[in-house]
Design a protein around this ligand. Structure first.
Ligand SMILES: [Zn+2]
Length: 253
């Protein structure tokens, strides 16, 4: 990003500043204000290039990824990282609003929605996250690095299965669109979110039978459609084992 700025917008910034004021009139504060404004313009241009209908959507489609709602409109999508309603309290997804997955994962998610509807008519899957380009992973990593949240965000150098479009975070909503009670919210950073400890928390009364049943329903419909659950987050499912994902699919930069 820094190199990009030096090569492209930096040249334009310097020549514009020179044009606006003669060297005799330049004041350090004036020059600083100009620099900040020009940096803002440069960042806005950068964001515009990499988001929106001709940015993310086209780039992800060109890579062969599939917008899950094009094959299953019943699936709801609410990308939490495209809002400020996430643990980062920032929209780090720009204009990306759709859930993209590799083709097989998208088809399997449609099958999971079908499984759910056959058990609970009117109920729908609600997706919080799908494909996450690695540059966004790097932004997230930069925001949490050195904080206690660092443990919960994958380092972009090793990456997440989301960076391959082969993982999905989701919950279930009932026929009235109400999210089922899963015992914790999405992205709850604590043991209460961990499926491996559900029995223990149930015995201690820290999770109710209904909350555990809701998680089991989500796991049932997803696993029957071919997804794999993980032991640490009730909302996360991988389309394939991690080693298979890394061999078969390209990381989304
Ligand atoms: Zn996830």
């Amino acid at each position: 990003m820094e190199r990009r700025f030096e090569q492209g917008h930096g040249v334009r910034s310097r020549s514009l500043a020179s044009f606006l004021v003669s060297p005799r009139e330049r004041h350090p504060i004036f020059v600083s204000v100009c620099a900040i404004l020009l940096l803002g313009v440069a960042l806005a241009e950068f964001a515009a290039q990499d988001s929106g209908p001709f940015g993310w959507d086209r780039a992800l489609t060109d890579l062969g990824l599939v917008d899950v709602q094009t094959i299953c409109p019943d699936i709801q999508v609410d990308l939490k990282y495209a809002t400020e309603g996430n643990f980062l309290r920032k929209n780090v997804y720009g204009d990306l609003r759709k859930c993209y997955l590799v083709k097989e994962a998208a088809s399997n998610l449609a099958a999971a929605q079908k499984n759910l509807a056959s058990l609970k008519p009117g109920w729908r899957l609600k997706v919080f996250d799908g494909a996450r380009p690695r540059r966004i992973q790097a932004i997230m990593w930069g925001l949490v690095k050195g904080t206690r949240q660092q443990h919960f965000v994958a380092n972009p150098s090793s990456g997440s299965n989301h960076n391959y479009g082969a993982a999905v975070d989701l919950t279930i909503v009932d026929e009235k669109g109400r999210e089922l009670d899963m015992g914790t919210p999405f992205d709850f950073f604590g043991e209460l979110a961990e499926p491996r400890l559900e029995d223990a928390f149930l015995k201690k009364g820290m999770l109710t039978a209904n909350q555990v049943q809701n998680r089991l329903l989500l796991r049932r419909v997803m696993i029957e459609a071919g997804f794999l659950s993980i032991s640490s987050e009730w909302w996360h499912f991988d389309a394939f084992p991690t080693d298979v994902i890394r061999k078969r699919f390209r990381v989304i930069e």
